[in-house]
Write a protein that binds this ligand. Structure first.
Ligand code: ADP
Ligand code: MG
Length: 722
């Protein structure tokens, strides 16, 4: 129904809401509070100094005492807003947006303001760019009784707004009113879509009840009940989508039924310089069992950096080769593809397996030769980059696809490669991103999962230390000592895409400086993304064969590189790297029985400058706190799972998985890190439903079906319901 049926919404507001994506009463009802205000979160002004040290956000309720616009000597305008409550005065400072602010506030109006308190130069507490919530305009008759808030412990919802919405009176307060009206008069138009039985079994409240309570809860228990129900909805429909996707893959497609003969595998096993770990043997069995089944394999192999995934992939590929099929192994970078090629070639030794490497920038004649070899079927294993996806690459009979470091590729690329097979090839994707199992079920919900949960026996935990850039001399002295003991080292510089050129220049200059000032007697190489593949390959070979002592590099070596004699990883400007990146980088060492070290150098000055220059101090503080947490986490643990959890927490799942790439929907309410129990429930219900009533024909499933089709219009090509 049109929004204008709601009291308080006329054509102007309706248009503004529509522009913000809220174009129906349903959507308005599903416009959930971003937060709540309640007595327990409110601080008296006189108590604020106690909270400065803690660095947490606090909320103050007060009336506007004074507004002022001041000019700095440079002519910049700063807006000051002073609030008072019955314990004192608080000044809020705004460096931007003064025009709007000056128009907006008038003395006497009541506001709730939230921020991390800071001291000004005179040691008075101030809020810089606080979030504010207008509770009561002067002389206005009040329907949300903010003063009650302080006395009764009632809970007031806060809504996200925007400049455009505020301009039509839809700030927090405005939203509260129209949503209240919508809840009062239009809730009955929302249909329950889940069957009673499912609600009962999972202790979920009805959808109307949930919507009313998420907006206007009487207590946090009520709010939690509402949240639980609405989160369940988000999870359930997403799992339903996955259930269909999986059903299509498993049930309808005819895959290759390999026969496991193990002749090649046995020969390989005999020639290996090490014994497989128990975990490696377990996952090889899982994979080969899957390859014997009639439906195509779609499996994720998860194992921390250095856990030995490559060899596992080789065993799987050998099964395909023995059955007369070809294999494709795709890696995200040329360096990694080249490494895999030489590693596998090495492992294969005398075995009758023809392995080829296909990357961009190969000589034309060579390229054509490889393409022919692939086309005829005489290339048994083809290792490559996304160059494999090119249209003119045709396999004679592709049996299995292995994708290394899968997080670097999108879902689309996975299916592109799959289409290269005439029959439906098996797919094995590998990743070192160690996410908890329940999470994996959400993100890779249509995949089966194998986990390598142990490292080879001989490994010593890597010692990690965070050091200030000022201690570089000491760090380099240590490095020199290790190199004299026959080890090798990486020194990594950050390279951020937007300013690649500038940064590259810095890396080149630093490389020169290192060579001249610190290590004139050692052999250094500089590796970065701008080199040609041949140059890169030469450098990697030199490093591998110990013709270089130190490889100075950008993050091109981030994933996959395996040079066991390199035992020292030094990361410059480590505060700039993300956690999983640091973990990957550290994973380049600790690949042999030798003790390895990872030293994370930080630039304190850069951090300081950042706070001073930042227009949004709170944001700068948050960033620095996050950087510190990342480094502390690296120092504390080498466990990829623990690191992934912190990373997820810091970055949020959207950024962590790359929502678009992973096919993970943007949940409004669900926090996939913490809502795992509910996720399991929703998953079970969804998979059972698809199993019991795949066409969603039963009358009690009609509403599910409608709702599902509404939510995933764009995805329906994946599935065939009914
Ligand atoms: P990742 O899982 O990070 O891809 P790799 O497959 O590159 O790890 O293996 C890391 C190193 O460990 C390689 O040098 C590999 O040859 C070696 N390796 C693999 N399995 C074992 C094992 N069971 N025992 C000892 N070393 C192993
Ligand atoms: Mg690897």
């Amino acid at each position: 129904m049109s929004l204008q049926y709601v009291k308080g919404i006329g054509p102007i507001r309706a248009a503004a809401l529509k522009a913000a994506g809220i174009d129906s009463i349903q959507k308005l009802l599903y416009y959930f509070p971003r937060d709540y205000l309640d007595r327990s979160r409110i601080t008296k002004i006189k108590d604020l100094p106690k909270f400065v040290e803690a660095g947490n956000e606090v909320t103050v309720i007060g009336s506007v005492f004074r507004v002022e616009l001041k000019r700095t000597r440079q002519g910049k305008k700063i807006f000051f807003l002073t609030l008072k409550d019955n314990t004192g005065y608080l000044t809020c400072v705004f460096f931007a947006g003064w025009e709007w602010l000056r128009k907006t506030f008038s003395s006497g109006e009541v506001l709730a303001v939230s921020s991390v308190p800071e001291f000004d130069r005179l040691n008075r507490v101030q809020f810089i760019h606080p979030e504010f919530d207008r509770l009561k305009v002067k002389d206005e008759e009040d329907d949300t009784d903010w003063s009650m808030l302080l006395h009764t412990g009632s809970i007031v919802p806060k809504y996200r707004s925007s400049e455009e919405l505020r301009n039509v009176g839809l700030d927090n307060r405005g939203f509260r009113r129209i949503i209240k009206n919508a809840v009062l008069h239009h809730l009955k138009e929302v249909t329950e879509h889940l069957p009673d039985e499912m609600l009962l079994k999972n202790e979920l409240i009805g959808v109307q009840d949930a919507i009313a309570k998420i907006h206007f809860p009487k207590s946090y228990e009520e709010r939690d009940m509402a949240l639980r129900r609405l989160k369940f909805d988000e999870l359930f429909y997403f799992q339903l989508l996955l259930a269909y996707r999986r059903r299509e893959l498993k049930g309808e497609l005819q895959g290759i039924q390999f026969e496991v003969k193990s002749t090649l595998a046995r020969q390989l096993l005999k020639s290996l310089p090490f014994e497989l770990t128990k975990a490696q043997r377990k996952v090889i069995r899982e994979i080969t069992d899957d390859m014997q089944s009639a439906s195509p394999m779609n499996r994720l192999l998860q194992g921390d950096v250095g856990s030995g995934k490559t060899i596992v992939a080789l065993f799987a590929m050998l099964v395909a080769v023995e059955n007369g099929f070809q294999c494709a192994l795709m890696a995200p970078t040329e360096i990694l593809a080249e490494q895999h090629y030489s590693t596998l070639k090495n492992f294969l030794g005398e075995l009758p397996v023809n392995i080829r490497l296909l990357v961009g920038g190969q000589r034309k004649k060579l390229h054509e030769d490889i393409v022919q070899d692939i086309h005829r079927g005489s290339a048994h294993i083809v290792v490559g980059t996304h160059a494999l996806l090119q249209e003119h690459i045709e396999f004679a009979n592709l049996g299995i696809i292995v994708i290394d470091e899968q997080h670097r590729f999108g879902v689309a690329q996975r299916s592109l490669l799959r289409e290269k097979g005439r029959t439906n090839p098996d797919v094995l994707v590998m990743t070192a991103t160690p996410i908890p199992r329940t999470l994996a079920l959400t993100v890779y919900g249509d995949l089966d999962i194998s986990i390598i949960d142990e490292l080879p026996k001989d490994r010593k935990p890597i010692r990690t230390a965070v050091r200030s850039g000022r201690d570089k001399e000491k760090v380099f002295t240590f490095l020199r000592k290790e190199i004299h003991h026959g080890r090798q080292a990486y020194i990594v510089y950050p390279l951020i895409e937007e300013s690649e050129k500038v940064e590259l220049k810095a890396a080149v200059a630093e490389f020169k400086r290192l060579g001249e000032n610190y290590f004139p007697d050692l052999r250094l190489g500089l590796l970065h993304g701008r080199l040609t593949s041949e140059e890169k390959e030469t450098l990697m070979t030199q490093f591998k064969t110990r013709q270089l002592d130190i490889l100075v590099t950008t993050t091109v070596i981030e994933v996959g590189i395996d040079i066991p004699n390199a035992t020292i990883m030094i990361v410059e400007n480590a505060e700039r790297f993300g956690l999983s990146q640091l973990h990957q980088l550290r994973g380049r060492v600790g690949r042999s029985a030798e003790q390895s070290y990872c030293i994370l150098l930080t630039d304190d000055l850069a951090l300081k400058k950042k706070t001073q220059l930042a227009s949004d101090r709170a944001e700068a503080h948050r960033e620095i706190a996050a950087a510190k947490k990342r480094l502390a986490t690296m120092e504390r643990t080498t466990d990829g799972f623990a690191i992934a959890e912190v990373d997820l927490e810091l970055r949020g799942p959207g950024d962590y998985f790359g929502t678009r790439q992973s096919g993970l929907p943007e949940f409004k309410l669900v926090d996939i890190v913490h809502d795992t129990a509910l996720l399991s429930l929703a998953r079970r219900e969804a998979f059972e439903l698809v199993h019991d009533d795949p066409q969603l024909r039963l009358p009690q499933h009609q509403h599910i079906r409608k709702y599902f089709e509404l939510l995933f219009k764009n995805f329906l090509s994946y599935i065939r319901v009914g």
